[in-house]
Design a protein around this ligand. Sequence first.
Ligand code: GPW
Length: 839
Amino acid sequence: IQEPQLQGQDTGMQCEDDRTGIGVETLKRAFLDNLFYVQGKFPALATKHDYYMALAYTVRDRLLQRWVNTAAIYTQQGSRTVAYLSAEFLMGPHLGNNLINLGIYNQVQQAMTELKLDLKELLAKEEEPGLGNGGLGRLAACYLDSLASLEIPTLGYGIRYEFGIFDQLIRNGWQVEKTDKWLRYGNPWEIARPEWAVSVKFGGRTEAHKNAQGRYRVRWIPHKVVLGIPYDTPILGYKVNTANTLRLWKAEAPESFDFEAFNRGNYYGAVDQKVTSENLTKVLYPNDETYEGKQLRLEQQYFFVSCALQDMLRIMLRQKLPLEQFHEKFAVQLNDTHPAIAVAELMRLLLDEHDMDWEPAWEITQKTFGYTNHTLLPEALEKWSLKLFSSLLPRHLEIIYEINWRFLEQVRHKFGTDEGRIGRLSLIDENDGKFVRMAHLACVGSHKINGVAALHSELLQKTTLLDFYEFFPEKFTNITNGVTPRRWIVLSNPKLTNLITSCIGDNWIKHLEDVQRIETYAEDPGFQQEWQQIKRENKVNVAEILLDRTGVKVDPDSLFDIQVKRIHQYKRQHLNILHAITLYNQIKQNPNLDITPRTLIFAGKAAPGYYIAKLIIKLINSVAEVVNKDPDIGDRLKVVFLPDYNVKNSQPIYPAADLSEQISTAGKEASGTGNMKFAMNGALTIGTLDGTNIEIRNAVGAENFFLFGLTTEDVGALRLTGYRPREYYKENPQLKQAIDQIASGYFSHGDRSLFKPLVDLLLDKDPFMLMADYQPYIDCQQQVSQTYRDRDRWLQMSILNTARMGKFSSDRAIREYCQQIWKVQPVPVQLAAEKTGDG
Ligand code: GPW
């Protein structure tokens, strides 16, 4: 895909180093060498997985020089560094991405071909590190790619879950969860750094003592201690030498003398302790946007945050920087409230472990943190019961009380004694039991608070965080999300990449605004023809995947209408399925109906405990079963649920879409990022005025976007005036028929009870207003079908969508974070060979 650029020409001479050279002959030799010396195999005995590992190590060797150099330069220069704290990093497979960013995809492909191997097959062997649930974790991964590509010194800090997000199977139409054993065959991308292990305390009590100056200090006597072991993964930027670090922490039992003494003669007791400690980082909580108040989850959050902050302090001490400069050395970003305990932990470290006084410690803390909010959904706002919190983190609770007391004093000073306001702002929720409000802690402890789309940031200021906005408006800002074009165009859609590059060169890969330049071809018949051809080939590819994984045969010439994302009521997959049923009924009522043939593709996981979401999956599969086998329907409509949606499985999907479903209830989807991946790959969007849909529509032009549905204001007004979903059902025959069929067992072999909970919910409460949005959605889909028949118009719209998506590169988002929040500059990295000019 790209030319080699950094060094190395394959001259056929033996001048290249086996660990760094990127000529085809060198790559082949290095690959076979790794097969022998790392996997201990010769080709006759090697499995596909052995070959994958040998290739991964060959690529890793080429990363290492950049990684080591990057670290050396950051250390030498004492560079200001971004620390991105996130409970989730949904990285996706590393191999393909590293080949792209190294600029050696083509050479490696050729090397493998010459060895009679298929690079695609080897890429497919990589177990994906699924250390995230969905959008939030994937955003962190896109941001690491952009940070490295923009040469910004960065450490990503998180948890090395032994089991990531579960694998999804579909059995009899239901979701079944299977453990994700991603580390089973080893992970060639990480290096353990046990020499930088840290201890993390839990539970116990605190006591006062006096320091050397005779001032009161607090000592924490914990109930247990757990070791954190860092595992580092290099994150290479696109065609730069910067390789930053993703540092994930694994919990282990400490083997201290005390511990052994305590367990003397009790071997089983000692092993039991070990098991309990290591449980901490066993598994990712699979809930997306609902918090669950579980002790282990709070332990995970505190564990990785404490490891990260202690690691930063270690780096400062090693670089001989005074701790008063903490906020100058590090800009720490909180990815939602999952790491918000960092505010109290940094205070504790500075006060208790480094003997600082409150005022300077608090100033440093506030200047250090930025907080990104990712949701307005009340069920996602984390709050921990005081009982749990105090038993696990007694010292942090004391610190939070002190922060709160001082903060509320300031509030009283500014607004007078307004008890209502004080109650709303307090870090402690006392409405119904007592809780620590993590978003409040994050707001008070940060110098900047941002939402992730224009609408979301506005709503934050007007609703969820209104009181905080009134108190410190200058802290609030918006940074609209973005996604990396390296993974989501170059790697996922090589054909489109080549077409674009052949027209305008490859600068757009680093500067996505440049892709605008294909606009001049939007009506060019030759270009349109190629555009269409590529889309068709990408659809054929997905058709093969669907046949292979589901047994359903779909027509690549039908309109591919795709909704892939976590299953959630607010995302309204069930509104989409109501459209499927409506189309089905229209064909059944008029068997000769000349409708635009469609393939409806769904994919996504439901949280294992989210009953209605799982029922929606069952409904999709039940409708699919009836529709797909009905001879009256034929190729005019197919419904498919692709199991086990993850980063790897999603990469072929975006390039194959004609229509992107972004149909959340207005005001509920903070941003959305799948919407960007689709539009960049030339899909048109059908969507509500929600999250980033609004900004995508503004960018691509209203005439190139299918808009429908209630606005956020409409939603609020309708709720206030009394929303009666059943009225819509009664008055709309198409809607009534669809709901009645679901209720009557039409899709469930006559079983009337199966979908009753869902039907009742829609008719009685309909919290996400599907009934109100149904007809506008159906009408808009009719528009889509009409437009699709005008091939030239559709192609023009598709090209313009890709051309106008420049704003939605994560590079743009990261530049904004750097300027507005982090105040951090690029630090270019040169390789020794480049410096001496002999490379
Ligand atoms: F609830 N998001 C997510 F805000 O994927 F924490 N998981 C989550 O737990 C949360 C948010 C949380 C998503 C938003 O739903 C999506 O709209 C947004 O695009 C994405 O985060 C990245 O900002």
